[in-house]
Design a protein around this ligand. Structure first.
Ligand code: ATP
Ligand code: MG
Length: 432
């Protein structure tokens, strides 16, 4: 046999029954996006490296050390597996002039790639759902996005997720804060780690986003950006807060919340939980009014968030929330190959009527005994066995046997009116 090959470290297979949780969440997300009138966008997994360098910012964790970049061997282009979705979406919006007739509400989902140290809630291929609103400037769309995320937590019954909020103001306000921030960090230079020292003059705001516990004090005592905001920025922040208050959305203001990407201004927010250890942020976003121009588009305001599917599902699982398991309602036991044509025609009628049916099929050892087929039916998790035995078939009938309720009850059904009894087989199964 050939050598065994495994998946790349930090990149996971998502297999049954676990994939049922993914399908469940995806269906809820799709429905919810529709109710908020967000339209779906699908962009390529691979983009020009320059898009992320320009969009996310040169002095960020992602661009400095997390990107899967490579040269296209055929034409020498510098390419990168997307580490996030916003830059790609904005690129597409510009490329297709999508804002020509007004603002857009868009959403996406799919795999993202970052070369990080794999651990619980942190993978090298992970998945995000993102929602982005482009072309609208007011705080009401910031609020709409937060309400949308909150509605999602409610729809999947997620508890213990709280909202943290901050405002990064506008570039001149950040410049004033930046000068004070540099002074503060210079005065405490002995407490800075190597990365912070390196970023001190290139991107001091990023130091606030450090994950190094040894720098907790110096970060907590740093000047707060929110104290540097002018009247307009404060009005935007207050406008958002008023809507959240009116909708009963609780939040805390976290002055150290700066986000790991460079493109944000005004509103930034994170939904966090204490139940996932250090990987506690399940959804994060904010306003990025300058990004569209930075990527070469006509200036237009924008705001959005991205949610980490793995982290959300980890929480769902920990809470023990049950989700529908797509196992068959019925398993067809077919002892004799001669019964196959009629059996498959009957199963097709059941499937047309919405019943989930799994059929017994032959292996290299043949169809197997009646008993071994029944064992398979039991193991399949189906609620019913349909027996296509020779006697039944001769009478134009099939025997339906209950497998899961302990009764073992049997009924005989006619093959000529499948539609009349199909619904009695429907029997949802849950995964917890
Ligand atoms: P962190 O601070 O945890 O590294 P981040 O600020 O880099 O997160 P974003 O770029 O804002 O994360 O991505 C949005 C969301 O995507 C995160 O809140 C998280 O839920 C998820 N996410 C980010 N990186 C990973 C990863 N490597 N594995 C799994 N989920 C991730
Ligand atoms: Mg990160």
């Amino acid at each position: 046999m050939a050598d065994k090959l495994n998946a790349v470290k930090g990149m996971n297979d998502i297999l049954p029954p676990e994939s049922a949780r993914w399908e469940w969440l995806e269906a809820i997300v799709r429905d919810l996006m529709g109710r908020y009138a967000y339209r779906n966008v699908r962009t390529p997994i691979v983009e020009h490296t320059a898009l992320f360098v320009r969009g996310i910012g040169e002095v960020t964790d992602i661009v400095e050390k997390e990107m899967y970049s490579f040269e296209d061997k055929l034409n020498g282009e510098q390419l990168t597996l997307r580490p996030e979705g916003t830059a790609s979406l904005v690129r597409a919006v510009i490329e297709h002039s999508m804002l020509y007739d007004g603002g857009k509400r868009l959403w996406y989902t799919g795999p993202m790639f970052r070369h990080e140290r794999p651990q619980r809630g942190r993978y090298r291929q992970f998945h995000q759902v993102g929602a982005e609103v482009l072309g609208f400037a007011g705080p009401e769309v910031d609020a709409e996005l937060i309400l949308l995320a909150t509605a999602l937590w409610k729809a999947i019954d997620l508890v213990d997720v709280r909202l943290e909020l901050n405002s990064l103001g506008q570039p001149p306000e950040r410049a004033a804060h930046r000068a004070e921030l540099i002074k503060h960090f210079e005065a405490h230079a002995d407490t800075l780690d190597e990365e912070a020292k390196r970023r001190l003059h290139s991107n001091p705001l990023r130091i606030l986003d450090t994950k190094n516990p040894a720098m907790k004090d110096v970060v907590e005592s740093a000047p707060k950006l929110i104290d540097f905001l002018g009247a307009e920025s404060l009005a935007h922040f207050d406008g958002l807060r008023a809507i959240l208050d009116a909708n009963g959305i609780g939040y805390t203001i976290n002055p150290r919340l700066v986000r790991g990407l460079d493109y944000y201004n005004l509103t930034v927010f994170e939904f966090v939980t204490d139940r996932l250890g250090a990987q506690g942020t399940v959804c994060a976003g904010g306003r990025y009014d300058d990004l569209i121009a930075q990527i070469g588009g006509k200036p237009a305001p924008a705001v959005g968030w991205a949610m980490g599917i793995e982290r959300v599902l980890e929480l769902v699982k920990e809470q023990g929330t049950a989700v529908p398991l797509p196992v068959a309602d019925a398993y067809a036991v077919i002892p004799d190959a001669a019964a196959m044509p009629v059996a498959l025609r009957t199963l097709q009628q059941l499937r047309d009527a919405g019943v989930r049916v799994q059929m017994h099929a032959s292996t290299v050892d043949g169809l197997g005994s009646f008993k071994s087929q029944f064992k398979k039916a039991d193991a399949s998790g189906a609620a019913f066995a349909l027996v296509f035995g020779a006697d039944e078939m001769a009478r134009g009938e099939v025997t339906v046997k209950a497998l899961r309720d302990g009764s073992g009850a049997q009924t005989v059904r006619s093959l000529s009116d499948v539609g009349a009894w199909a619904a009695t087989l429907q029997s949802p199964t849950l995964l917890t």
